[in-house]
Design a protein around this ligand. Structure first.
Ligand SMILES: Nc1ncnc2c1ncn2[C@@H]1O[C@H](COP(=O)(O)OP(=O)(O)OP(=O)(O)O)[C@@H](O)[C@H]1O
Length: 303
């Protein structure tokens, strides 16, 4: 069953077609990531779904509501974590989380929420004394206050240190396990790879692709890279001929091939016969980030 159904969505700001005919669905319990360069239309799309922006055209159904006129009944069922929520700086973490939970008929226990986002040690700290990453965690706690069925996460881990990012990923994965549907925007491809069941890539207001991270990676048809450090006393010319050119950069050999098995076999056979260990040999398939960059390259969406 679809939690979100978007058809032919469009929104312009003057001459800028921020969202230009976007169609997608997000299934119940799914984590869907919207990716795209700065200015591609992610925030506009998400804010229309949240009911915070109007649309020019298209149909939108979220949890059975049209967000444009869903009102309080709609907002009670969704959670929103914005890129930069304005906080009341003098409140403590606990006070703010308490206030937020009281807004919802069905809500989490404030202290449990604070523990969940890893702010237990900051319970009585005033918001003005939190670091940037701690504020984002507070954002997350506030977005979860109403135990939402559907959570909108706009760049949820921007500004997090690596350990905090991993904790946030665990937290989001835990929410999915509890059945929460999540619409995520992110610039971190690793985040999308880890969390998203499916991703949609926006470019200049249009969805250029949609699929699982694995589908995007495989369909990109980008080459696999075989690489190794050129052993001392071995010249590039001694490397056996392959079907693709061999590149060398900073003493490292790079073979970009769409046929990695025979090329790798040839190289390892050659190294083995010569008694070369190649301890740093790597065979690297294209990543989601490679596929994303290929899809969005030359896209200057700073329109
Ligand atoms: N209120 C507004 N008034 C005029 N133009 C706007 C407004 N909001 C967004 N835009 C323009 O619409 C386009 C899409 O912006 P949007 O914020 O949706 O992109 P985004 O994909 O979320 O970008 P980012 O990754 O930088 O957050 C941009 O060209 C932006 O300048």
């Amino acid at each position: 069953m679809a939690t979100i159904e978007v058809r032919d969505l469009a929104r312009a700001y003057g001459p800028v077609r921020a969202v230009d005919g976007v169609t997608f669905t997000v299934d119940d319990g799914e984590i869907f990531a919207l990716l795209g360069p700065n200015g591609a239309g992610k925030t506009t799309t998400v804010e229309i779904l949240e009911g915070y922006r109007t649309r020019d055209a298209g149909t939108v159904q979220v949890l059975g509501f049209d967000p444009a006129n869903g009102g309080a009944a709609y907002r009670a069922r969704i959670g929103v974590v914005l890129q930069s929520a304005g906080f009341e700086e003098e409140f403590t973490v606990r006070e703010l989380v308490r206030l937020q939970t009281r807004l919802y008929p069905r809500h989490h226990d404030p202290d449990e929420l604070i523990d969940l986002v890893g702010l237990s040690a900051k319970r009585t700290t005033r918001v003005k004394n939190l670091s940037g990453g701690q504020r984002r965690r507070l954002d997350l706690a506030l977005g979860l206050a109403g135990a939402p069925e559907l959570l909108f996460l706009d760049e949820p881990t921007t500004g997090f240190d690596p350990a905090a990012r991993h904790r946030a990923w665990d937290l989001v994965a835990g929410l999915r396990d509890l059945g929460t549907t999540i619409l995520l925007t992110t610039h971190y491809l690793e985040e999308a790879q880890r969390l998203a069941d499916r991703v949609g890539v926006l470019r200049a207001g249009r969805l250029v692709t949609i699929g699982t991270p694995e589908e995007l990676r495989v369909h990109s048809e980008l080459p696999t890279v075989i690489s190794f450090g050129l052993p001392q006393d071995v010249g590039v010319r001694e490397i056996p001929p392959l079907n693709v050119p061999v590149g060398v950069q900073d003493g490292r050999v790079y073979v970009r091939t769409r046929d990695p098995v025979p090329d790798a076999a040839r190289l390892t056979g050659w190294a083995d016969a010569r008694g070369l260990a190649l301890p740093d040999l790597a065979v690297t398939p294209p990543t989601l980030e490679d596929a994303y960059l290929a899809l969005t390259e030359e896209a200057d969406d700073g329109r």
